[in-house]
Design a protein around this ligand. Structure first.
Ligand code: PNS
Length: 160
């Protein structure tokens, strides 16, 4: 059976931190679906279409990675796609409590998938989409945080 993993997130926008997790997941699973999902606690800066386009532009080097979007419960998507894992990156202990409760809830809602946490690479420990947006808003250099393919979209949208 092909092992399908889902990497869910807001990806508002996708960063090198996300890409590191996606790349490592692509070596562990047969197929990885990068899933743009809604986070009830966040108001995104980019539309779902913009986020899908940005992800498309930066995942083409991996032939077992695809992108999709879902505006419902992650557990329902996993079930529909027969996915066996949710892959998430953990940056620090501060991420843990929230991620832990989501992992437990997802397991209750759909027992067919395990949540797999990958520790973030050291160079991405401080990196977040919010940080990238704040730097872009003030015209700062985002080149070490996001790939060149999406610099233009981010700068155009966020510059004051
Ligand atoms: O990148 P984020 O914002 O930390 O990702 C959080 C996300 C989108 C993965 C999470 O909010 C989610 O799974 N949303 C889908 C709706 C859902 O299933 N919520 C219940 C989670 S237990």
């Amino acid at each position: 059976m092909r092992k399908i993993a889902v990497c869910p997130g807001s990806f508002d926008p996708i960063t090198y931190g996300h890409l590191d997790i996606i790349e490592r997941a692509s070596t562990l699973f047969d197929k990885v679906i990068v899933l743009v999902s809604s986070n009830a606690h966040k108001q995104p800066s980019f539309s779902v279409e913009e986020r899908l386009d940005m992800i498309h532009a930066v995942i083409s080097r991996w032939d077992n990675v695809v992108v999709d979007c879902w505006d419902g419960l992650l557990a329902d998507y996993l079930k529909e796609r027969q996915a066996t894992a949710i892959v998430k990156g953990l940056r620090a202990v501060t991420d843990f409590e929230y991620e832990f409760s989501m992992a437990l809830a997802n397991k209750k809602l759909y027992g067919g998938a395990e949540t797999v946490f990958l520790t973030t690479s050291q160079e991405n420990m401080y990196l977040s989409s919010s940080l990238v947006k704040e730097i872009a808003r003030f015209g700062g250099d985002i080149s070490t945080f996001v790939p060149p393919e999406i610099h233009g979209v981010i700068k155009d949208r966020l510059k004051k």
